[in-house]
Ligand binder design. Sequence first.
Ligand SMILES: *[C@@H]1O[C@H](CO)[C@@H](O)[C@H](O)[C@H]1NC(C)=O
Ligand SMILES: *[C@@H]1O[C@H](CO)[C@@H](O)[C@H](O)[C@H]1NC(C)=O
Length: 256
Amino acid sequence: MGVLLLHLLLVAVVARAPAAHAWGKDGHYMTCKVAESFLTEEASTAVKGLLPGWAGGDLAETCSWADDHRSEFPWSIELHFADSEGGCLFNYTIDPTMSLMLLAHFVGDIHQPLHCGRHTDRGGNDIKLNWYTTPSNLHRVWDVDVIEKARKEFYNDERSTMIKAIELNITNGWSHEEKHWEACHNHKNTCADKYAAESAKLACKAYDGVEQGSTLGNDYFFYALPVIQKRIAQGGVRLAAILNKIFSCYGRLRSS
Ligand SMILES: *[C@@H]1O[C@H](CO)[C@@H](O)[C@H](O)[C@H]1NC(C)=O
Ligand SMILES: *[C@@H]1O[C@H](CO)[C@@H](O)[C@H](O)[C@H]1NC(C)=O
């Protein structure tokens, strides 16, 4: 039953997952690490039971799997690009382990603001610019450049230190907001629409003052970093809430 629910939720999220590449490896890893720290014991055990052996019991290790294996699963490429205009292909024969890895990936993706950017420039991919002195594009800035610079400059180049800082904020500064992040007022199992709308709003602002050939530096970095850290926190908290819900239901059904 938990497995069926996993499939249904995956469909709900995937059907709303807009553009191409979202978070790079670090963004996905951090989102899933945050989620792990909010899992109930029951959900954590169930998730561990579904993970492939190579993950070493760590959900975060599998959260970029969907990007790394696009070419082996041609049908899944479509999912990364699926948007609300329909034509969304979903392969119902995939196994629960794969469902888990895809769900964890897409909940992260939908929180990357430029995932809900403008269609005309492919979510900022076509806006070529300089990130400080290095050629990049607007989408990439949000996927990896900001996170990479923050990690190096503020967190001893340690992903784990950055994750701890984000988690500390969730339990301190953002504790009053956290309940709202989880809340889903339309009574669906996920609020993929809500997450996408938030991203779209943030994306709007991300384009401000950015043009073809712009050079983005400190001003942009210090504006984007807190936005990105918060989106990772929200993605993690929400992924945990979704998994906790799935597997509490699973546990009750098994024990009854
Ligand atoms: C669906 O996924 C399964 C397992 O990965 C694969 O064997 C099958 O070919 C896929 N079906 C389609 C229509 O791509
Ligand atoms: C913590 O929260 C503050 C206030 O929202 C924000 O400026 C800062 O970037 C956050 N830090 C992390 C690591 O999330």
